[in-house]
Design a protein around this ligand. Structure first.
Ligand SMILES: Cc1cc2nc3c(=O)[nH]c(=O)nc-3n(C[C@H](O)[C@H](O)[C@H](O)COP(=O)(O)OP(=O)(O)OC[C@H]3O[C@@H](n4cnc5c(N)ncnc54)[C@H](O)[C@@H]3O)c2cc1C
Length: 484
């Protein structure tokens, strides 16, 4: 019979993205002695790098860390907890707890500041709500409005550049809020560090396209008692946890209507070290930024400082694309496809995404185009969106023994250091009345405020089948159907 696992019971986790990693790390840290994580990708060789072929949402250059969440104080508190851990992880690294291939000079978190800017003349309600909520939580001093001269001066005194796009010189206002506690994670290295820590606590990892790949659930009566991997082996478990990111809704179809794979679009410019821009756009001078995040398909942009290789990444989230495909049960579900490379040398992204990024760059960072720095590579990266943007961390109804830890909805990476501790609490039934844990429960449309429309299917305007793709500013545009 399924029930809460004891410390020596077997726990199987499928997926070594941030949810699987953090869950393994914290369960093992609490003394669970038999935790095994399976992943079809070999992260010991791929090193969580997109360039090495890794295609998880967590396998990336960098991710935003911010506590600005409007009225959602449950995430603000979670984020502050995470940021403490991020600083501690940097210290651990500096003190010599270094994963293979990394060095004690590596950092996994940069406190570059995180600024949310808007094209309007006044602070939008979301930003105002963030300031009010953070003030109530006792963190008001970390949120500085650029529209308030005193706070703008305070930000500058702290060394943050709140005019990173030279708006003043161009006679434009910068209307936004700087989160001085935020910045960015070096995503690939952070995952490698979490993997290293989880292993040190005793969690086991099985990587590879057959030995690590999930094939099916194993049942005993109604109970889920483990998984079968693609090599045919059965791995029995008291608790099976599916943490497969955007692949989870296809593997656990009970998530229909609750979570769906959607694509975000990323364009990465190459800034040469010889250019003055390299210094201007570096982490010391250039906070991570978000632009018109709640303005629909013409907004939803965000970006990072230039990284040591000269990669300058800009993302577009204004339209959440899907790839609906008919599944064996006859239903259409969105399936991640991470590389559209046929007929082109680099992966393409929707033309709308590229044009929105290009317009932003032309207006806010024209020097990039004037100096002739085009896009080095583009990427579609798959979110697991829930209809209300809350995670899903709960047992699956009618499947005793099976749990999902997913639904990152575009904002979960920042919790890599601490989300697994919450998952462990949920498994143990500790503190179940906390607002975050309640928000992550299994739910259906109507139980909470909807934010995203899910499962529009192949006919939907967001289906990648129905949009054009391209890979370069000024480059050619191609129908996706012609590529596949
Ligand atoms: C473009 C983009 C930008 C984002 N930006 C931010 C940000 O700035 N800040 C932030 O906090 N969050 C951000 N997010 C969200 C964050 O990246 C995700 O919420 C988080 O990484 C999801 O982690 P995961 O573990 O759910 O999934 P993933 O990282 O996708 O990991 C899932 C794992 O499951 C494995 N898997 C899948 N199928 C199988 C199978 N059949 N068998 C075995 N293994 C399998 C995969 O190989 C993969 O390793 C962003 C997401 C995207 C897509």
């Amino acid at each position: 019979m399924a029930g809460r696992p004891r410390k020596d019971d077997s726990i199987v986790i499928v997926g070594a993205g941030i949810f699987g990693l953090s869950t393994a790390l914290h369960l093992a840290r609490r003394g669970y002695r038999n935790v095994t994580v399976f992943d079809r990708q070999d992260y010991d060789t791929g090193l969580y790098s997109y360039h090495n072929g890794c295609d998880a949402a967590s396998a990336d250059l960098n991710k935003i860390i911010r506590s600005a969440y409007g009225t959602q104080t449950e995430y603000q508190e979670l984020s502050f907890e995470a940021i403490k851990h991020w600083h501690a992880w940097n210290e651990e690294l500096a003190n010599g707890n270094v994963p293979p291939g990394m060095s004690s000079t590596d950092k996994v978190f940069y406190n570059s500041g995180a600024i949310s800017i808007n094209s309007g003349e006044v602070l939008p309600p979301f930003e105002q709500a963030t300031i009010e909520a953070m003030t109530k939580l006792g963190h008001g001093d970390t949120q500085l409005a650029t529209t308030d001269p005193k706070q703008a001066t305070a930000a500058q005194k702290l060394g943050f550049n709140i005019d990173q796009f030279n708006a003043q010189a161009r006679g434009k206002p910068t209307v936004g809020v700087l989160d001085t506690s935020g910045g960015f994670a070096v995503a690939d290295k952070a995952c490698r560090f979490a993997l290293h820590k989880a292993r040190a606590y005793g969690a086991k990892f099985v990587f590879g396209p057959t030995v690590g790949a999930f094939d099916s659930l194993v049942h005993a009566g109604k109970d889920v008692v483990g998984i079968r991997t693609k090599d045919g082996k059965v791995h029995l478990a008291k608790q099976t946890i599916m943490a497969c990111g955007a692949y989870t809704p296809v593997l656990v179809p009970e998530l229909d209507g609750l979570a769906e794979a959607t694509a975000g679009s990323v364009a990465v410019f190459q800034i040469p070290k010889t250019s003055d821009l390299f210094t201007r756009l570096s982490a010391e001078n250039f906070p991570i930024w978000m632009y018109n995040m709640r303005s629909g398909q013409d907004g939803g942009l965000y970006g990072f400082p230039v990284d040591p290789q000269g990669y300058f990444k800009i993302g577009y989230r204004g339209t959440k694309y899907t790839n609906p495909q008919v599944q064996p049960d006859g239903k259409e579900r969105s399936v991640p496809v991470t590389r559209y490379t046929k007929g082109d040398t680099i992966t393409q992204i929707p033309t709308k995404a590229m044009n929105t990024i290009a317009s932003f760059v032309a207006e806010y960072l024209p020097e990039i185009l004037e100096e002739g720095h085009d896009v080095a590579f583009t990427r579609v990266c798959w979110y697991t969106d829930t209809f209300d943007n809350h995670f899903v961390i709960d047992q699956v109804p009618q499947q005793p023994g099976l749990m999902v830890v997913t639904g990152g909805s575009g904002h979960a990476f920042k919790y890599l250091p601490n989300i697994g501790n919450w998952v462990a609490d949920i498994i143990e039934g500790v503190g179940s009345d906390r607002p975050a844990i309640k928000a992550w429960r299994w739910r259906k449309k109507g139980d909470s405020k909807p934010v995203n429309v899910l499962m529009e299917g192949k006919k939907g305007a967001r289906a990648l089948q129905n949009v054009t793709l391209m890979s370069q500013i000024n480059g050619r545009s191609t129908k996706r159907s012609a590529l596949l």
